[in-house]
Ligand binder design. Structure first.
Ligand SMILES: Cc1cc2nc3c(=O)[nH]c(=O)nc-3n(C[C@H](O)[C@H](O)[C@H](O)COP(=O)(O)OP(=O)(O)OC[C@H]3O[C@@H](n4cnc5c(N)ncnc54)[C@H](O)[C@@H]3O)c2cc1C
Length: 454
């Protein structure tokens, strides 16, 4: 059943050149890169802080997979990484996570960094509606305590992770894996305080990795007695003060990340697993006997949901063959990580079989990379919108590489500069000069191949 709403006037809150919706990794990249091109940029975020999954789901050791590889962080991500450590320091005791963020410090840093970059931030600004004139977005509507309000821009960038703006504008999308539409599980991360850091690191050991390995064996031999179907137990930072700042465990499977009823079910289910794993760890490991739950992530986090129908859809075959695109806007180490959407951990984690028989986990291999084309950020049928981050146009398996946090920030940069050029060159984002786009992205710290070298 559907009800009909009467048309109403909506107050115009403000106007700007470029409106970025979603203040996660992609939105940060987009807003800063556009502001650095001299444009008036507003960033909308539904939560009260920036950082997306890094700060809201405690995913702090974003680039852990670059450890012991020839690759280094690039662009705005590298700048944030370096400046945030220098200015706030961190208390990381595990060698493995030396480069992980403290996400609470990151929140503080981002507030300052974004404002210094000239980006205007509006928190508590949830978007699920747009005003359209055929294929053109006229305004985006935010839901506020004072009712709906409009914000008008020349160009819009959707970095909501779920492609909420593109969806509202009528852009087509795919979601989940091909055969059944299932997405990867939703996760509610937690933090534990009171760990015995000295014992966990005694004689050069990495006690948390040992606990993770022991858990996997115990789960597979049916010895944990836990209800959650998650078979792995990855930990993030361990501080000298005994804080384990990221436990990536409590997962709910089979959810639609865009469905309000599924989201509620997932939050409730995951929080029971939070308590289960806390009690299990406290009981099972001497070094953790004094732990307490320090915090539970404010919201369930997702690794994939809508993927827009773009002018070009990036495929796993493109990535596996390191296909070169003339409109390349980001080059990234080949790395895939897809948690089995149905919790089936059979298979060897290889990308062959496309994860349809289990999970995918392929680490970086040598110096292999893949490229992202600008066309994958351009939705079909809307002429003033770009989409960056995990919801850009890709197939489901490709998304397991596209979703890497630092790459989301790089694709954000591509969108930010693309939107800025569309304004400067008075054309649609699809028509901007690719050589200008790549030139500016290089100047902003991204390593892109030169035509003569491919
Ligand atoms: C538990 C977990 C572990 C992970 N581990 C890793 C890892 O180790 N390394 C790694 O690289 N990646 C990891 N990922 C994946 C990574 O976190 C995401 O792919 C990445 O954060 C996507 O970035 P994004 O900017 O596209 O979206 P998000 O990080 O989801 O950010 C989207 C932002 O938009 C805001 N927003 C959403 N909808 C709206 C709306 N309608 N209106 C206004 N604002 C809105 C959100 O509040 C959020 O701030 C993990 C993900 C999860 C959930």
């Amino acid at each position: 059943m559907a009800l009909i709403r009467k048309a109403a006037e909506i107050p115009l809150l403000r106007t700007c050149d470029i409106l970025v919706i979603g203040g996660g990794p992609a939105g940060i990249g987009a807003a800063v890169s556009a502001a650095r091109e001299g444009l008036d940029v507003v960033l909308l975020e539904k939560r009260a802080f920036l950082g997306g999954n890094i700060t809201a789901c405690y995913v702090e050791n974003c680039n852990y997979f670059l450890h012991n590889t020839p690759f280094k962080s690039e662009g705005i991500y590298a700048e944030i990484e370096q400046r945030c450590y220098t200015e706030y320091g961190n208390d990381n005791a595990r060698v493995y996570n030396q480069k992980a963020f403290s996400s609470e410090y990151l929140k503080l840093f981002l507030d300052r960094f974004m404002q210094e970059s000239g980006v205007k931030i509006l928190f508590h600004a949830f978007v699920n509606e747009v005003l359209m004139d055929e294929f053109h977005i006229e305004a985006v509507i935010i839901q506020t305590k004072k009712g709906p309000m409009a914000i008008q821009a020349k160009q819009y960038i959707d970095t909501t992770g779920d492609a909420d703006v593109a969806f509202a504008a009528g852009v087509g999308f795919d979601q989940g894996r091909q055969q059944d539409g299932l997405c990867q599980p939703g996760t509610v991360s937690l933090r534990l305080s009171g760990a015995d850091t000295t014992a966990l690191l005694q004689d050069g050991r990495d006690g948390l990795s040992e606990i993770g390995r022991a858990f996997k064996i115990a789960y597979r031999t049916g010895k944990t007695g836990l209800a959650c179907k998650r078979q792995d137990l990855p930990f993030g930072r361990l501080t000298y003060g005994g804080l384990i700042s990221y436990v990536n465990y409590s997962c709910a499977y089979g959810l639609d990340p865009t469905d309000v009823q599924d989201l509620s079910k997932g939050e409730l289910e995951c929080r029971t697993y939070v308590y289960d794993i806390y009690r299990y760890l406290k009981k099972t490991h001497e070094e953790l006997k004094n732990i307490e739950i320090a915090s539970i992530a404010p919201e369930i986090g997702f690794r994939d949901s809508r993927r827009i129908h773009g002018v070009y859809t990036l495929t796993i075959e493109d990535m596996e063959s390191n296909r070169h695109f003339d409109d390349v806007i980001a080059v990234f180490p080949r790395f895939y990580d897809m948690l089995a959407p149905d919790a089936n951990m059979d298979g060897d984690g290889s990308v062959q079989g496309k994860g349809y028989h289990g999970h995918i986990y392929e680490p970086v291999v040598g110096d292999r990379t893949f490229e992202i084309p600008y066309r994958s950020l351009i939705p079909k049928n809307v002429d003033n919108l770009l989409v960056a981050g995990r919801c850009l146009s890709s197939d489901h398996v490709a998304e397991s590489g596209v979703r890497a946090i630092s790459l989301c920030m790089m694709t954000g940069q591509g969108a930010g500069v693309g939107a800025a050029l569309a304004i400067k060159e008075s054309c649609a984002p699809q028509k901007v000069s690719i050589s200008n786009l790549q030139h500016i992205l290089r100047a902003q710290g991204l390593k892109l191949p030169h035509k003569e070298h491919v």
